[in-house]
Design a binder for this molecule. Structure first.
Ligand SMILES: [Zn+2]
Length: 161
């Protein structure tokens, strides 16, 4: 999100509130010139459900996707604002597709699509957790050996399984 005052894209969200018409009202501060401004952003279809690996589904949760990205981007030069932008891009695609339910595998592919051009290392971390050796999204349960280690990312509900 670009600063309307100086054009820097290094801005940080300081507050997020729901607004009418499926929008979010965000207060942001520019890290370059300290200008504060407010944006309205479209959020994904609130009815969207994500099908989990074990066959059940749960409502799409923006915070969960955000946390998963924060984790794979740890110690990478990816700012909080960029992660926010990645989530927006995934949501924009979901909204455009007008889906009611999105498969877990499709969701992982979408996230990788937007993450790869931004940070290849973070994308590889996500691939390591979600793709098998052939590069396909792993749909079966994790091997028993990994089960005890707990979910790596907690993406889309696997953390409560
Ligand atoms: Zn600025």
């Amino acid at each position: 999100m670009q600063c309307p005052s100086c054009g820097s894209d290094d801005t940080q969200v300081t507050e997020t509130r729901p607004a009418p018409k499926n929008e979010l009202r965000r207060r942001r501060v520019c890290q370059a010139c300290k200008q504060r401004f407010t944006t309205r952003e479209q959020i994904a279809a609130p009815q969207l459900k994500v099908e989990k690996r074990r066959g059940s589904s749960e409502p799409y949760d923006r915070a969960k996707l955000h946390r998963a990205l924060v984790r794979v981007c740890s110690r990478r030069p990816v700012t909080e604002a960029t992660i926010d932008e990645l989530v927006n891009r995934v949501e924009a695609r979901l909204t455009k597709a007008q889906l009611r339910t999105v498969g877990w595998a499709r969701m992982v592919e979408l996230v990788l699509d937007v993450l790869r051009p931004v940070d290849a290392v973070a994308a590889r971390r996500m691939e390591a957790d979600y793709l098998d050796e052939a590069g396909a999204v792993r749909l079966s349960d994790a091997p028993a050996a990994e089960e005890g280690a707990g979910p790596q990312l907690g993406l889309f509900g696997d953390d409560d399984a």
